[in-house]
Design a protein around this ligand. Structure first.
Ligand code: BGC
Length: 748
């Protein structure tokens, strides 16, 4: 079964693609590459809109219709005339070969280019997106996106399907690792930079999954109910920032329903908000199999059906011929797609295959990981380790002798040589299976402590692990929780009895360091016992070196949590995830194409927590947490002073950060606001942040500008953002619960 069909619960592939014709030879494939574009639209002094219109003038009806849909999933299919010119990614639109307009060749690219293995290619695995969020570093996010753009181009793709920015409304969501945390300002700011980076390489970038696709369970049928104000101030705000600041050429609408309508035929989301209010000039493509109608979807604002052509080919043409879809509406879809192609530069800078630079990729992946690792606990300065004083080190658990875990699903990047826990070459990637990258913490630790005896224990038996830890100078326990698209976690408990292993090791050796490899928050019943805890996320191609550098102190940790770690599932807005009834469940059993097309019967999930996502919820509900949003320690000490909050041309917060310790370090300064009482919010909001690098004993004055929108409420009556007059409390510090500086800002 292909990955696609397994994702779709057994729907036959052939039903989704245009046609399955006889295979095409390599020579024919080469001939089918379109000639380099010529024509008046190649005049680069014209705007992308003008250029798109010049092409449209020349197009036939069939050529227009052909632009509105994909031709299947070339990765998983034989070569056919329709997909022959594709690069064998997850989606392909044919372009306008007669006019030299290239096809759109899409690859998933959340934390690196997907499906390289099956095509015999290589790509870098960056740390998971949630790790990039933990860096709170817009420059790192740009580099992240740029690396993805470069490697896509080098492999022959010209469109990225990345940019996941759904908020972590439920920390059990299996795709939490693909997203950028629970706060719309942090997530939106970073996704904008990531997209800028990708598009700087002349590749179309998209952001996804628009919108409110915050649980995987029943994602194709669930109807999310949420108030307009709550949506605008939470999930939609992350997209708004991403769209208006990052200028993605495309937005992918999500599978779920929102307030009654599927997201991909939801006029409110696609037209009223995205295209009108945010002035998004690019195109909307459906998530894979997320289109459910022709007229309704078209009028609502869906421009492009992926990956097949069930609704946006013959049915669309018939609707245009019958006049139920106007030519103007058809042209608008085509215009948006062409405009995006010109604006992203993929026509002026045709993709050019070259050998990816794996060394540069490793370095970027390592540096981002180094700025993303979060030091959660460090009693008696247990870290950093001083190699010269260590004679025996016990390394325990999580296959840390050979590798580190990654996040799966359509984000999966293929490890070099295959899955590291299988014999080399035997580890092809499979849907919903754990994949381990060959980056060995054990080797990284031994390399940094060459004189120490470093012993490995697999951490499968608490007693054996404790015995291995007992005589060592330090015990380093690695623990993991794998996650994937297509599933949610049953709980936030580490699997495979790892809690018991950690507890046993920490009881046997007071100098126990826990290194977590997770994309989601986890609970830690043992939190009081180990001397130190690091969150290393899904650490990417060179994760082990990054972890080694932090453990031994050549890198000072500076990441902070982009998601709250709660004490228990009972404290979540929804203590249990609402599961779909059998008829709304698509991951098990076959579903006919017709049933699928109509849309599986809805089941209801109400986000009655509203905009209180993550830390806002815990604060409003007065629930203590395990580790708060924005929290992370450093090997140095920092202090904050002298806050001034001002308004005028700009609203800003100015303050001083001092590194009071003996070594350099970077600090993420966080700026929060409590709105005037009239807003009716009993929680604060993140409204700005900055990451500053400071030498030992260095002091620096910093100014953080605050976008007035981040201080505003969504006024449903006026259908607009509204900045309320009154007193705002501006609070500044190093985490959402450690805000030593406060000032009042009065806005008229
Ligand atoms: C995922 C998208 C992905 C698409 C193509 C869908 O199942 O939700 O994120 O881009 O498949 O693989």
């Amino acid at each position: 079964m292909t990955q696609f069909s397994s994702r779709f619960g057994g729907i036959l592939f052939a039903l989704l693609v245009v046609s399955v014709a006889s295979p095409v030879s390599f020579a024919q494939r080469r001939q089918q590459q379109p000639p380099p574009p010529t024509g008046p639209w190649m005049n680069t002094s014209l705007s992308a809109d003008e250029r798109a219109d010049l092409v449209i003038k020349e197009m036939t009806l069939d050529e227009k219709i052909a632009m509105l849909h994909g031709v299947g999933m070339p990765t998983d299919e034989p070569v056919t005339p329709e997909n022959a010119a594709s690069n064998r990614g997850v989606g392909y639109d044919v372009g306008v070969p007669r006019l030299g307009i290239p096809g759109i060749d899409m690859s998933d690219a959340a934390y690196g280019v997907r499906s390289s293995g099956v095509n015999g290619r290589y790509s870098t695995a960056l740390p998971a997106n949630v790790a990039a969020a933990a860096s709170w570093d817009p420059d790192a996010a740009f580099e992240y996106g740029a690396l993805i753009g470069r490697e896509l181009r080098a492999q022959g793709f010209n469109m990225s399907l990345g940019g996941g920015v759904n908020l972590t409304r439920d920390p059990r969501n299996g795709r939490t690792f693909e997203y950028l945390g629970e706060d719309p300002v942090l997530a939106g700011t970073l996704v904008a930079k990531l997209i800028e980076g990708t598009q700087s390489e002349h590749v179309i970038g998209d952001i996804k999954h628009y919108a409110l696709n915050d649980q995987e369970s029943g994602r194709n049928s669930v109807n999310i109910h949420i108030s307009e104000r709550a949506a605008r101030e939470s999930d939609l705000l992350a997209f708004e920032i991403g769209v208006t600041k990052g200028h993605p050429a495309a937005v992918m609408c999500s599978y779920n329903r929102v307030n009654g309508d599927f997201a991909c035929e939801n006029k409110y989301l696609l037209t009223d908000v995205l295209k009108k209010d945010w002035q998004f000039p690019g195109f909307v493509l459906s998530d894979w199999g997320g289109t459910h109608s022709t007229e309704k979807a078209s009028t609502a604002g869906l421009d492009n059906e992926e990956p097949g052509d069930f609704f946006y080919s013959d049915k669309f043409k018939a609707a245009v011929e019958a006049g139920t879809i106007s030519t103007a509406e058809l042209d608008e879809h085509v215009h948006r797609i062409l405009r995006a192609m010109f604006a992203a530069g993929m026509i002026d800078y045709p993709r050019q295959r070259f050998v990816v630079d794996p060394f540069a990729g490793f370095e970027t992946a390592r540096k981002i990981e180094e700025s993303s690792i979060v030091l959660l606990k460090n009693e008696h300065a247990a870290l950093p380790l001083a190699a010269a004083r260590l004679h025996a080190i016990a390394v325990i658990g999580s296959h840390s002798d050979v590798g580190m875990i990654s996040g799966s699903g359509s984000a999966q990047v293929d490890p070099i040589g295959g899955n590291a826990i299988l014999p080399p070459g035997k580890g092809a990637t499979h849907w919903l299976e754990e994949m381990w990258f060959p980056t060995s913490p054990l080797k990284a630790i031994q390399a940094r402590a060459p004189k120490a005896k470093v012993a490995y224990d697999p951490g499968t038996d608490p007693a054996a692990a404790a015995a291995a830890a007992k005589g060592a100078d330090v015990a380093i326990v690695f623990a993991y929780m794998w996650a994937s698209e297509g599933m949610d976690l049953k709980s936030l408990t580490l699997p495979h009895d790892q809690d018991a292993v950690i507890a046993a090791v920490a009881a046997a050796n007071p100098r126990t360091i826990v290194v977590l490899e997770t994309g989601n928050p986890v609970t830690m019943p043992w939190v009081k016992s180990p001397a130190a805890i690091l969150e290393a996320w899904f650490a990417g191609s060179d994760g082990a070196d990054a972890v080694g550098n932090v453990l031994f102190g050549s890198v000072n940790p500076s990441g902070k949590l982009p998601n709250t770690f709660p004490n228990s599932e009972a404290d979540l807005p929804h203590p249990t995830i609402t599961m779909p009834p059998p008829e709304s469940q698509h991951f098990s059993g076959a579903v006919s194409r017709e049933t699928w097309a109509k849309g599986l019967p809805p089941f209801q999930v109400t986000y009655d927590e509203g905009a209180k996502v993550g830390y806002k919820w815990y604060e409003a509900e007065k629930k203590p947490v395990l580790f708060p949003f924005g929290f992370g320690l450093s090997y140095t000490t920092l202090s904050y002073s002298g806050l001034k909050a001002t308004s005028g041309d700009k609203i800003s917060a100015t303050f001083t950060i001092a590194n009071t310790g003996a070594r350099e370090g970077s600090e993420i300064a966080e700026v929060y606001a409590m709105l005037p009482e009239a807003a009716g919010e009993n929680y604060k909001r993140l409204v700005g942040f900055t990451k500053v690098k400071l030498d030992a004993k260095q002091k620096q004055a910093v100014t953080v500008d605050i976008d007035p929108k981040y201080l505003s409420i969504w006024d449903e009556r006026k259908n607009a953002w509204s900045l309320l007059p009154g007193d705002y409390t501006i609070a500044v510090g190093g985490s959402s619960v450690d805000l030593p500086l406060k000032a009042t800002l009065n806005l008229k």
